[in-house]
Design a protein around this ligand. Sequence first.
Ligand SMILES: CC(C)(COP(=O)(O)OP(=O)(O)OC[C@H]1O[C@@H](n2cnc3c(N)ncnc32)[C@H](O)[C@@H]1OP(=O)(O)O)[C@@H](O)C(=O)NCCC(=O)NCCS
Length: 180
Amino acid sequence: MVTSTAIKNNKTPKRNTAHRVALGEITPNNLGQLKKLNTVLFPVQYSEKFYKDVLEVGEFAKFAYFNDCCIGAVCCRKEQIKESNQGTTSDQAKLYIMTLGVLAPYRNLGIGTKLLTHILQHATLTTQHPKFVEIYLHVQTSNEEALAFYKKYDFEIVATVEGYYKKISPPDAYVLSKKL
Ligand SMILES: CC(C)(COP(=O)(O)OP(=O)(O)OC[C@H]1O[C@@H](n2cnc3c(N)ncnc32)[C@H](O)[C@@H]1OP(=O)(O)O)[C@@H](O)C(=O)NCCC(=O)NCCS
C-alpha cells in the first residue's frame, strides 16, 4: 500500500526485502568478485595491498548478497592510535571505511545500512581490543548520495581535504567522522 507519508516525501515505499539480503565473508577464493564490484562502484583503482589487507580484517570486510547475488561490499582498515609525543601505540584505535558500496539497481533497499550496521556493531563490541573510539572515511565532495547516507547515521564533516583524489574531478574530499 502506498501511504500518504510516502507520497508527501516523494519517495517510493520500500518493499520488505530484508529476508533476501545476507552478508558473507570475503576470502582469497572470491576476492576477484570484490575487484569487479569495486571497478563498477568506485572511480578509483585500488592497489594489491588494499586487497591483501581486506583478507586480514575479519568482520570489517563483508559482501552483501541480494537473492544470493553479490551486489555490494564494505571494506575497512583498523588504525591503532599512537600516544602523542612518545610514538608508542595506545589501547585505542580508529576504524577507517575504505569502501562501502551497493550496485545502483539495489540501492535504497537498506543494504548500505545493513553493511554499516554490521561494522558498527562489531566495532562497539566490549570484547574489542584495542577499543575503537572513532569511525571515519573520505567522501568526494560531490557525492551527495553518500553524504546523505552517512549524515543519516550521525557522521559529521570534520575536515575538507583539497586535492585528495588525483585522477577524478572534483578532487576534493570531506572527512566524515563518528565518535564511538
Ligand atoms: C551510499 C550508498 C552505499 C547507500 O547505500 P543504500 O543501500 O542505497 O543505502 P540505504 O538504502 O541503506 O539508505 C539508508 C539511508 O541513507 C539515505 N540515502 C541513501 N541514498 C540516498 C539518496 N540517494 N538520497 C538521499 N538520501 C539517501 C536515506 O536517508 C536512507 O534512508 P531512508 O531511505 O530510510 O530515508 C550507495 O548510494 C552507494 O553504493 N553509492 C556509491 C558508492 C559510494 O559512493 N560509497 C560511499 C563512499 S565509501
